[in-house]
Design a protein around this ligand. Structure first.
Ligand SMILES: [Zn+2]
Length: 358
C-alpha cells in the first residue's frame, strides 16, 4: 500500500508540475505579447492642490473614505479634486493589474505633475505636456460635475470635431459608466476643454456625477461607487484596446491587496529645490526625506513616523502616499532619528544633520 501510494502521488506530482509549467509558459508568452501591445493610458485626476474643483455638501456623518473636509459654515463637504484622485488611483490599479502601462498626471493632492498649484493654465499645460511627452495613446481626464440648476447624471466630453477613434473611446466609456453607475445618460458631448483639445492622442473628459445633486453626491461619497466608476472606465478602455470582453466590471470591490509591512527606512537630505518648495527657510532649516520600504524594497505609502533631534523641538513629519515622508529639520546639528510609529513595528533609521549653513 505504502509504496504504491507513494508512486501514485509521485506521478500526480509530476503531472501537476508539467501542467503548471506549461500554464506558466503560456501565461508568460501571453503576458509578454499582450504587454507589448497594450496602449499607454494617461489618467488625469482633475484639479488638485489649491484648486478644489466643485464642492458637494454631505449629510452629517457621511463616511467618504477621503480626506475629511468642511466648508465655511462647518458643514461636511466633499471636494471634486479628492473624488477625482480616488477614482484615478482605482482606475490606475485596475489597469496596472491587467498589464497596461499608465501615467498619472498627478498622484498627490497637487497640480499636474505633482507640483504646487500656481494657476490653471500652468496646471493644465503640465498635464497635457506629460501625456504628449510620453507619449500616451489614450487620455482619460476624470472630473465630477456641478450646476446651479437641478442636474444629475454622467457625461463624457471630447474636443469639438473629434475624429472617429476619439468618438469611439468616448462612446465606450459613456456606455460603460451608464451601465455601471445607473445615473442619467447625458451622452457624449463636444467641448473645447483644454486637456482634450491640447492632447495629441484620443482624449476624453469624464464628468462622473454632479456634486451639486443630493442624490449624485451621496453616491460619489461611497468608496464602492467610486470603484465602480473606475472599473467602468477601465472596462471601456479594455474593449477600446481591442481586447474583447473585460469580464465583470461593476463589482465595486477593489482587489484586496495585502497590507504592506514596513521593513526599512532610509533618511536622506533633500535637494535645494525641494527645500525651497516646501517653504522652509533654507537659512534656518533643512528638508529631509524618509523613505519607508517593505521587505521587497517597495515604497510603503502613508506610514506614520516619529522624528526627533537631540534637544530639537518641532521636528514635523509629513507622510505622503508615494512612501516618502518630508521632515522639516531645524539646523541645530545632531542626529536625526526617525522611527515607524506603529504598534509592534520596530523600524528606525538615523542620520547626521549638519549644524551650520554653509
Ligand atoms: Zn472638474
Amino acid at each position: 500500500m505504502w509504496p504504491r501510494r507513494r508512486r501514485a502521488s509521485g506521478l500526480d506530482a509530476r503531472v501537476r508540475t508539467g501542467r503548471t509549467l506549461l500554464a506558466a509558459i503560456l501565461i508568460a508568452l501571453g503576458t509578454a505579447a499582450a504587454a507589448s501591445a497594450l496602449p499607454v493610458v494617461a489618467i488625469d485626476p482633475g484639479h488638485g492642490g489649491a484648486d478644489s474643483g466643485a464642492v458637494g455638501v454631505l449629510a452629517p456623518g457621511t463616511v467618504t473614505g477621503l480626506e475629511p473636509r468642511i466648508n465655511a459654515q462647518l458643514q461636511p463637504v466633499i471636494f471634486e479634486k479628492d473624488v477625482n484622485l480616488d477614482v484615478a488611483n482605482r482606475l490606475n490599479a485596475w489597469l496596472m493589474a491587467r498589464g497596461f502601462p499608465t501615467l498619472m498626471t498627478r498622484s498627490t493632492d497637487n497640480a499636474g505633475g505633482d507640483v504646487p498649484y500656481t494657476d490653471v493654465g500652468t496646471d493644465l499645460r503640465a498635464r497635457t505636456n506629460l501625456a504628449n511627452g510620453r507619449p500616451a495613446e489614450i487620455f482619460v481626464s476624470i472630473h465630477q460635475n456641478s450646476a446651479d440648476t437641478p442636474a444629475s447624471g454622467t457625461e463624457t466630453y471630447v474636443r469639438i470635431g473629434a475624429p472617429a477613434p476619439t468618438q469611439a473611446l468616448a462612446a465606450a466609456i459613456q456606455r460603460s459608466l451608464v451601465a455601471c453607475l445607473a445615473l442619467t445618460d447625458r451622452g457624449v458631448r463636444e467641448r473645447s476643454f483644454f486637456v482634450v483639445r491640447e492632447t495629441t492622442m484620443p482624449a476624453v473628459l469624464v464628468e462622473g456625477g454632479f456634486l451639486s445633486s443630493a442624490t449624485d453626491v451621496a453616491l460619489l461619497a461611497q468608496p464602492d461607487f467610486r470603484q465602480k466608476m473606475a472599473e467602468a472606465i477601465g472596462g471601456a478602455v479594455w474593449s477600446y484596446a481591442g481586447l474583447g470582453d473585460p469580464g465583470p466590471i461593476c463589482s465595486g470591490q477593489a482587489a484586496a491587496a495585502p497590507a504592506p509591512v514596513p521593513a526599512a527606512i532610509t533618511v536622506a537630505r533633500a535637494g535645494r529645490a525641494l527645500t525651497m518648495r516646501a517653504g522652509i527657510n533654507p537659512r534656518r532649516g533643512d528638508l529631509w526625506i524618509a523613505t519607508v520600504r517593505d521587505k521587497a524594497g517597495n515604497p510603503v505609502s502613508s506610514i506614520p513616523l516619529r522624528a526627533r533631534l537631540p534637544n530639537g523641538k518641532g521636528v514635523s513629519v509629513t507622510s505622503r502616499p508615494d512612501g516618502k515622508a518630508l521632515i522639516a529639520v531645524p539646523r541645530r546639528g545632531g542626529t536625526l532619528a526617525v522611527a515607524v510609529d506603529m504598534p509592534g513595528i520596530k523600524v528606525s533609521a538615523s542620520a547626521k544633520v549638519p549644524g551650520r549653513v554653509a
